[in-house]
Design a protein around this ligand. Structure first.
Ligand code: AKG
Ligand code: FE2
Ligand code: ZN
Length: 744
């Protein structure tokens, strides 16, 4: 077993008089030389049988020869061993093989692991004595699970279906922040025509779904709802390749490699009966001390292997797909809305033929996608139909309420403005649109980007749920489906045992943290929630709406909350208040924390100065702490002295919005002097602690988050503009204005 798996040692080592082991130079012995010969021989065997080619130079990837499931070496043993050597990105333990592959984030980590562990012994479940591991670099990690099974009937894959120029064009037209009330954009016409004339599909698609998957994201197995879409569904893969898993109810399985720029056509049995999806494989983990194998996203994808080496050099081997570091994949899924019930040949999985067979109940419908209403017509929105939301009726189908992976949904915006006659003279509309764009840019720069940058630090300051928010969640009836819109690090997601709470947030970093905590969350924009209308019993919007920079957008966010609620469903909304002192009491935000002092240039002074009211010009103390969203202000933060925040880069001008000249930089822990402000966040990098010397802190970057702080009554006034809703309760809670709104 050992001989069959041992790799060659790098040439230099084989030829020299000695070699390094455990970092030390040792004299080569007879046993070493024998070992070397065995390794060389074994290497050739490995190459011939499995196409594994080792290299002499250092790479991120290591072959762990003699250490695999096939010779009884446990995965946990390897994880422990490799995980201690650096940031382990993936560990591949091919079934039945006496070797494994470890991929590190950095080359030097892999190199260090090789030096340290080459030649070490580990126990094996099948050998009586410990086995010796041999480590060697490989250029890429071949995947053993075959991607070459026969395609499910009706499935077609057209490689290189579009050019890379066209790919760029399509990707550059995506607008993630708005829903576009159009069907398939005209720039896809050529592609669609081509597919129709080639006979790939019978119907002209009138609906486009764009899903974007960050590395590590997937889509749960599902069958696109029969009653919603016709036969013939096409998915164009852009930006990156992936492997889509197809499964038949009888358990048959096919892994289909979808190369970048390829088109997948699902028709007949493959569309109706087989489930499709892709997911982070369970056997790949992030290691390191806090690894959690269950939740690790897949960071590698399978790509076709490079061309075979020239014949005759003994290196021919199976040219299977190999693993490559994964990029962002964007898929364009073209579908045709069905106008009549489905009459397919697969009633066991057909919702149109539900009465006739043992079908799953409608409760299994996912809230994440708006099913196409039968009145949707031919030009329905492209953005509201998110893939994972379609019901999963395949063999993998579980009654899941929400997609376990997060994907972003985009609308498709045509390059250039439409020149419809109607639009031409419509100045108001134009102005509104411009204003919206500018507001969006401001938020991108001063909200979205900032949270992305500070996600880890921000999360480390957010622990305790706010009591009244927690009480709201815990007071819901058992089984309630709750969406926390702007869930941050997920501190409200695990609260109610009897309810089902899922989150969404604009920051992929924060959503990632939720996932690491085992919560379900997805990345999306609060103005375009990929959640089915009427799906939720309740929703939360805690410290979100104040990040929107126009009243219209704030209203739109509220409307979006209401849309996803069922009639009678309730939303709890918190926004930061302009009034940080209310009924004689200062909010926690203004109050110094117990015993907290600020070291200033001339000695300590209280965190909060003498400023008593929002208008008080004498508020002298500039606190160093981060101006946190008050409902989440639960951890004492850095108490280093604050420099006046450096001026942030000029935000792009938003018509109707203050320019920077008018967007004051707020001083943390002092009363607000304006409603539209930039609030500094003093970024503490990992490892820095609040008490650290000034020097380290001086270098810490300062980010500016945009806020619109609400005046008393403003939130209620905004709610009054909502149709079909009533405010059940409004209150002030530690510097926030809060309402509970019910959908009528
Ligand atoms: O991303 C893909 O290629 C497939 C998406 C999908 O299956 C869906 O949206 O239903
Ligand atoms: Fe699908
Ligand atoms: Zn059907």
């Amino acid at each position: 077993m050992e001989a069959a798996a041992a790799p060659p040692s790098p040439r230099g080592r084989a030829e020299g008089a000695g070699h390094e082991r455990g970092g030390r130079k040792v004299r080569e012995t007879k046993a070493d030389r024998k070992g070397e010969r065995r390794r060389r021989k074994a290497h050739l065997t490995l190459l011939r049988l499995d196409g594994v080619q080792t290299v002499d130079h250092a790479t991120q990837h290591l072959l762990i020869a003699n250490g695999g499931l096939g010779n009884g070496v446990a995965r946990t043993t390897l994880l422990e061993l490799m995980g201690a050597q650096g940031h382990l990105e993936a560990l591949e333990t091919p079934r039945g093989r006496p070797y494994a592959f470890a991929s590190f984030s950095r080359v030097h980590e892999a190199e260090g692991a090789r030096r340290k562990l080459d030649g070490c012994s580990v126990s094996s479940a099948v050998a009586t004595t410990p086995v010796t591991l041999h480590l060697c670099h490989v250029e890429r990690v071949p995947i053993q699970e075959s991607c070459t099974e026969a395609l499910p009937p009706g499935l077609k894959l057209i490689p290189d279906c579009v050019s890379s120029e066209y790919e760029d064009q399509l990707l550059s037209c995506l607008d993630w922040s708005r829903q576009q009330p159009t069907g398939v954009p005209t720039m896809c016409d050529e592609l669609v025509d081509k597919c129709l004339s080639a006979g790939y599909i019978q119907h002209r698609p009138n609906q486009l779904t764009v899903n974007q998957y960050q590395p590590g994201q997937g889509i749960p197995p599902h069958i696109d709802t029969h009653s919603a879409f016709e036969d013939g569904i096409m998915s164009l893969s852009l930006g990156a390749s992936t492997v889509m898993e197809f499964r038949h109810p009888d358990g048959s399985h096919a892994s289909v490699l979808l190369p970048r720029r390829s088109l997948l056509v699902m028709a007949g049995e493959s569309r109706y009966l087989w489930s499709h999806g892709y997911h982070p494989p369970r056997h790949q983990v992030h290691a390191g001390s806090h690894s959690n194998p269950g939740i690790t996203p897949r960071k590698f994808d399978v790509v076709p292997a490079p061309p075979p080496p020239p014949p005759g050099d003994g290196a021919e081997g199976p040219q299977g797909p190999t693993l490559a570091q994964r990029g962002v994949r964007t898929s364009f899924t073209f579908r045709t809305v069905r106008r009549e019930p489905c009459r397919c040949r697969y009633p066991s999985v057909c919702d149109s033929q539900a009465g006739q067979q043992n079908l799953q109940t409608p409760s299994s419908r996912s809230p994440i996608n708006e099913p196409l209403p039968s009145t949707a017509g031919l030009t329905t929105s492209s953005a509201t139909h998110l893939g994972p939301s379609e019901e999963s009726r395949g063999p993998d189908r579980v009654s899941r309420a929400v997609a376990t992976e997060r994907v972003q949904v985009a609308a498709f915006s045509h390059p250039g403005r439409s020149v419809d006659a109607e639009d031409d003279d419509d100045d108001d509309e134009e102005e509104e649109e411009e204003e919206g764009d500018a507001a969006q840019r401001l938020e991108t720069e001063h909200v979205h980007r900032v949270y992305e940058q500070i996600a880890d630090h921000f999360s480390s300051t957010r622990h305790s749920p706010w009591p009244r928010v927690a009480a709201f969640v815990r007071g819901l009836r058992p089984g309630a489906l709750v969406c926390d819109v702007g869930c941050g690090n997920g501190k409200y997601l695990g609260l109610a045992e009897g309810s089902y709470v899922f989150g969404c947030d604009r920051s992929a970093g924060l959503v990632g943290i939720c996932e690491q905590r085992g919560f379900q969350a997805l990345v999306c924009d609060a103005l375009a929630l990929p959640v089915r209308t009427g799906a939720c019993d309740a929703c939360l919007s805690i410290a979100i709406i104040h990040h929107l920079s126009t009243e219209e957008r704030r209203l739109k966010a509220l409307r979006e909350l209401l849309r996803i609620l069922r009639p009678g469903g309730r939303a709890l909304v918190y926004v930061w208040a302009l009034e940080q002192k209310y009924r004689q009491a200062r909010s926690k935000y203004l109050k110094p924390k117990h015993g907290e002092m600020v070291g200033g240039g001339t000695g300590p002074q209280p965190v909060v100065g003498v400023g008593e009211t929002a208008d008080d010009e004498k508020g002298t103390s500039s606190t160093p702490t981060n101006g946190v969203k008050s409902p989440c202000d639960d951890v004492a933060e850095s108490s280093r002295p604050a420099e006046p925040a450096p001026a942030p880069p000029e935000p792009r001008r938003a018509p109707g919005m203050p320019t920077r000249g008018h967007l004051p930089v707020h001083t943390n822990r002092t009363p607000f002097r304006a409603q539209d402000v930039l609030v500094p966040w003093h970024h503490r990098r990992q490892g820095e602690t609040p008490g650290q010397p000034e020097r380290a802190c001086e270098e810490a970057p300062v980010y500016h988050r945009y806020y619109h702080v609400f005046r008393e009554g403003e939130l209620e006034a905004l709610c009054a503009r909502l149709d079909g809703a009533r405010v059940l309760l409004s209150y002030y809670d530690q510097g926030n204005w809060c309402v509970v709104v019910e959908k009528c």
